[in-house]
Design a binder for this molecule. Structure first.
Ligand SMILES: Nc1ncnc2c1ncn2[C@@H]1O[C@H](COP(=O)(O)OP(=O)(O)OP(=O)(O)O)[C@@H](O)[C@H]1O
Ligand SMILES: [Mg+2]
Length: 267
């Protein structure tokens, strides 16, 4: 059965996503291992928010909690103002590795996302082709995903997440596995698409430049148990220029984040 109506009725002016006082403890054998310690964050409507934190700090755990796959020990998760901890199917999620259905063609991978959002089959198929043309992948519409390069699969995967039309999109290091050139192409592409169809995005990355390039705001997390060390506003105008990294303020913000993460300053 496809899941319809995954959009929640929004209560008042509440943020699209509001995580409050989230804590999570895992058991490692007999030992308690705390991953998240009182983490609070918000994503406004149409806002692009990034999370930066060391490896193992609990970012993917946070996404599993927001996605309702696991439950927090403490704290609340609100989407569109409604408590959703433990409820699945309310966000669209893009993991680090593209998650496409291998037995469906590229076009059907996209049209099933549209059908999940409620589009009738015929319309979904037409729209899927139009979207694929928009991301210059119409020539592989009839192919199966394994024939596409990693970057092409990521584009289709992102399109699926976008078209599911959930209130919140959670992207977990979606470009980490790509080479530098493809990665910067993907960032431009994601920015263009997001700027034309603003969604509420929570984006995990290890790259400070990527976070500064893409986001409206970012949260810096400590090593596990993850706490929010700092919330920062990224002040650069939209649409973002691709050479924004040359600005003095960009370099200063980058150094501030590096210092928070305890890294050495580069020259
Ligand atoms: N089910 C589990 N049981 C026990 N420990 C777990 C479980 N899931 C995750 N962990 C631990 O929680 C910590 C945080 O893991 P998580 O995957 O959330 O980190 P992360 O911030 O996403 O790291 P990375 O940047 O490397 O992806 C890790 O030490 C991991 O081993
Ligand atoms: Mg992770």
């Amino acid at each position: 059965m496809s899941e319809h109506n995954n959009s929640l009725e929004r209560e008042g002016n509440s943020p699209m996503l509001e995580v409050q006082g989230l804590s999570k403890v895992y058991m490692r054998g007999k030992e308690r291992f705390q991953v998240l310690d009182n983490v609070s964050l918000t994503v406004g409507e149409g806002e692009f928010v990034s999370i930066i934190g060391p490896s193992g700090s609990g970012k993917s755990t946070l996404f599993r909690l927001i996605g309702g796959v696991e439950k927090p020990d403490q704290g609340s998760i609100r989407i569109a103002g409604q408590e959703t901890a433990g409820r699945r199917g309310l966000i669209s999620y893009m993991p680090q590795q593209a998650a496409l259905f291998p037995w469906l063609t590229v076009a059907d991978n996209v049209s099933t996302a549209l059908m999940t959002a409620g589009a009738p089959k015929k319309e979904a198929k037409e729209q899927a082709l139009a979207w694929l043309a928009r991301i210059r992948l119409d020539d592989v519409a009839g192919a199966y995903p394994h024939l596409l390069s990693g970057g092409m699969q990521q584009r289709v995967s992102f399109l699926r997440a976008l078209l599911m039309k959930r209130d919140v999109m959670c992207l977990d290091e979606p470009f980490a596995a790509l080479d530098a050139l493809t990665r910067s192409e993907m960032q431009r592409w994601l920015l263009e698409l997001w700027e034309s169809d603003r969604r509420s995005v929570l984006f995990v990355t290890h790259s400070i430049e990527e976070a500064l390039m893409l986001s409206d705001r970012l949260y810096v997390l400590s090593p596990a148990p993850a706490k929010v060390l700092k919330e920062m506003i990224v002040p650069f105008a939209r649409p973002r220029r691709s050479d924004v990294w040359k600005e003095r303020e960009f370099v200063e913000l980058k150094q501030e984040v590096l210092a928070l993460l305890g890294a050495e300053f580069p020259d």
